[in-house]
Design a protein around this ligand. Structure first.
Ligand SMILES: [Zn+2]
Length: 249
């Protein structure tokens, strides 16, 4: 039976050897296509310069941890105009240059990290046949691209505690989408005002009635919105007060 039916690999890749233990699989794989394209000039080459081996973690198979020994070829680039004389073949959508794991294992670890917020993720990953560390899971979360910054017209400001009763931060909420847009490291009016200065589109701010956040209102100063229209603060049903956010401190 073709082992790639049970262990899918990109088209043109061949499993040369497979060693199994009770908990792991070790596969030796290589590309079989006759040519590879130079990453600099794009010209195909069939002139092999040398081989070397890369060891990669891969997605688990039936709960077994999987390690790939990938035999990689170096090719000569025969394009006289190209600066790259020797290049390493690429296996796009499977493994990135210099990576120590395949893209699919990286995505699995990312899913575990997001589902567990990193906490307990190692136990779950090991149970699923993936060897990892806490640092790797956290790196997978940190490597995710930031969400595009959304426009905030109506902002909610409140405090929260990092450490109950001792250390506080500020949570900023988009009152239209009810999404948290940022967390600030303290609950100083100046920090919140600096954040708001970067977002001139803000029309109004709703804050709690604490003395510190009241200074935000003083900082922004005028009772008019960004377009210069008069703004009449009204107390909301939850006791908070909308604050005009048009003028900069
Ligand atoms: Zn080239």
């Amino acid at each position: 039976m073709d082992a790639t039916l049970l262990f899918p690999l990109p088209k043109g890749m061949l499993i040369e050897d497979l060693q199994a233990t009770e908990t792991s699989l070790s596969l030796t794989v290589r590309a079989t296509c006759l040519t590879s394209c130079c990453p600099l000039c794009g010209e195909a080459s069939s002139s092999i310069h040398s081989h070397y081996q890369r060891t990669l973690g891969d997605a688990s198979c039936a709960g077994h941890w999987v390690q790939l020994c990938l035999i990689v070829r170096r090719f000569y680039c025969r394009n006289q105009l190209c600066e790259r004389k020797v290049f390493t073949e690429r296996i796009p959508h499977f493994v990135e240059p210099w990576a120590r794991m395949t893209i699919r294992l990286r995505e699995h670890l990312q899913a575990v990290a997001l589902a567990t917020s990193g906490r307990g993720g190692i136990k779950l990953a090991v149970r699923l046949g993936m060897q990892t560390t806490r640092q790797t899971l956290l790196r997978r979360i940190m490597a995710l691209p930031d969400l595009p910054e959304e426009s905030v017209l109506y902002l909610g400001v409140d405090d929260f505690s990092f450490l109950r009763g001792q250390r506080f931060g500020t949570v900023l909420v988009n009152l239209e989408t009810h999404r948290i847009v940022d967390l600030l490291p303290d609950r100083q009016a100046e920090t919140a005002a600096d954040w708001m200065k970067q977002r001139p589109e803000i029309m109004a701010v709703s804050r709690d009635r604490g003395a510190e956040y009241a200074r935000i209102r003083c900082g922004w100063g005028t009772a008019s919105d960004q377009r210069g229209r008069p703004f009449s603060p009204r107390q909301k049903s939850d006791g908070s007060t909308p604050v005009a956010a048009g003028a900069k401190p």
